[in-house]
Design a protein around this ligand. Structure first.
Ligand SMILES: Nc1ncnc2c1ncn2[C@@H]1O[C@H](COP(=O)(O)OP(=O)(O)O)[C@@H](O)[C@H]1O
Ligand SMILES: [Mg+2]
Length: 283
């Protein structure tokens, strides 16, 4: 079942002095089962693009193919609730959307809304919270008692409790400390690699893209400038810079060493391998 954009455009505030075309004729097919990064400068249309995947925004031209349905410009989108159960969208700073008095109730809200009885909803909520890395001792606490990173985990658990096929994350690690970022990325990687969810992630963190993502989509001014594998994209640091993307540290390091006469092989992809290679060369 495809996840694809076919000639999709989106204009905000059409017909007003604030009219702005945020997406311009997007053609893009996301590979299912992969972890894809959506990158590009602020204002390039990343959030607008991903909000089309669960029909939070509708195209004003073109078609969005998402799982077994087509969302066409000018047509009323049907069965939205079911779609939103299958395509879980996590906003940037979802922790501000926690509103129930306990964590478990907050996470059980979604499944209940989708028709689960209390018992089943609570069971799903517990599983989702554990998966998101929240210990049982927190379940009856108020969301207000949590740290920022924990709140975000609870918010993500709220989406996982609906067991979506596709997980769309808009800047999921923004504002987290390095340890929080690493454990969040490990969670998304597990959801993708072990639980076979298709993951789409908007991010500015190229280190994460390099380490965890299979594919990369670069947006610029509402258009797709590049779509390919992360490995291929980052193997061409000049191309990255042309697209205003600063390559990850390891790529920049290899680039500098090569300028100084080394010939670091493509297969070197992390600091340890780089250190081993250089140590061998200079000995
Ligand atoms: N509700 C809105 N009304 C008008 N313009 C908007 C609205 N939301 C976003 N935009 C504009 O659309 C463009 C793309 O925004 P967005 O998709 O949020 O970009 P990104 O997520 O890449 O930073 C920006 O120029 C932004 O100012
Ligand atoms: Mg955004």
């Amino acid at each position: 079942m495809p996840i694809a954009f076919e000639n999709v455009s989106h204009t905000y505030s059409a017909g007003t002095p604030y009219e702005y075309q945020a997406l311009r004729n997007i053609n893009l097919e996301i590979t299912e089962g992969k972890m894809t990064a959506i990158i590009g400068q602020t204002g390039s249309g990343k959030s607008t693009l991903v909000q089309h995947l669960n029909a939070l925004l509708l195209p004003d031209a073109g078609i969005v193919h998402i799982l077994d349905r087509d969302i066409k410009a000018g047509e009323k989108a049907k069965k939205l609730k079911a779609l939103r159960g299958e395509v879980g969208l996590v906003f940037q700073f979802p922790e501000y959307q926690l509103f129930e008095e306990t964590i478990i109730k907050d996470v059980a809200f979604g499944p209940k809304n989708f028709g689960c009885n209390e018992e089943e909803a609570t069971k799903r909520a517990k599983e989702a919270l554990k998966l998101a890395g929240m210990d049982e001792s927190y379940f009856e606490k108020s969301p207000l008692e949590l740290s920022g990173g924990q709140k975000r985990r609870v918010a993500i658990a709220g989406i996982l409790a609906m067991d979506p096929k596709v997980l769309v994350l808009d800047e999921p690690t923004a504002g987290l400390d390095p340890a929080g970022t690493a454990s969040m990325m490990a969670l998304f990687s597990k959801l993708n690699k072990e639980m076979h969810k298709t993951v789409l992630m908007v991010t500015h963190d190229m280190e994460n893209v390099y380490t965890y993502c299979d594919d990369v989509v670069v947006l610029e001014k509402g258009q797709v400038k590049l779509h390919g594998t992360a490995r291929e994209f980052f193997s061409d640091p000049k191309k990255c810079r042309e697209l205003n993307i600063l390559p990850p540290y390891i790529v920049r390091m290899k680039e500098m060493l090569n300028e100084k006469g080394f010939d670091i092989p493509e297969s070197v992809v992390n600091m340890k391998e780089l250190a081993d290679y250089i140590a061998k060369e200079v000995k």
